[in-house]
Design a binder for this molecule. Sequence first.
Ligand code: PEP
Length: 253
Amino acid sequence: MAERPYIVGNWKMNGTRAMLSEARAIDRAAQRYMKVEVAVAPPYTLIHAVHKEAEQIGVGAQDCHSGPEGAHTGDINASMVADAGAKFVILGHSERRQDHGETNELINAKIESALEAGLRVILCCGETLETRDAGGAETFVLDQLKSSLGAFQDPAERLTIAYEPIWAIGTGRTATTEDIAAMHTAIRKLLDETFGEEASSMVRILYGGSVKPENATEILNTPEVGGALVGGASLSAESFLGIVVGASETEEA
Ligand code: PEP
């Protein structure tokens, strides 16, 4: 694994200021697990407040617009989330792809503008159950990554990939460790071919999909798994920290 295990909470469309106490609790506890890199992506409305609370954890956004300032009612761009305190942005989450029709081309444009604004990027990919059952998961995910990355050539410390099979998100189902290892190994091969082995080794590949304290250690000990992107279980400090503890017990931590 390139660096410390990376555990990222995606709060999705959850959280009012009452959630700041959870962020505070996560931040204080994370100081005891320095071998694990911990971060949360709250909704836009809480980025600045969580950033002000955070001494240890990273704070990021769940999306951003691909363009500069302008007439786009309701949108927020990369430099605006950076200004609010975000250090990274999650792009290409399957819920954005499904709910907002985001294409690989659009995600590629968002990657470029996020990097330009100085943000790190967590690029999500993952197949539907239909695609997996038809035997096309690997081809689909690798194509998704190739098109989303486009001509991007320089991942150094700025790119993280999150493999999230859509059928495992919020369903309580997790992929088997064999399936996770196979997909992560295929993604690593693509990264090696695209960026060269040295640069590729700096890109962590997270797994996401119903990760919880009970399965975290097993998943995080799977070859090529560099951390986890966590939805539901990141909404309470107790369950999220259970995953952080699991990460601190992996061989690489
Ligand atoms: C996610 O949506 O990124 C995710 C992994 O959700 P959950 O952990 O709830 O499956």
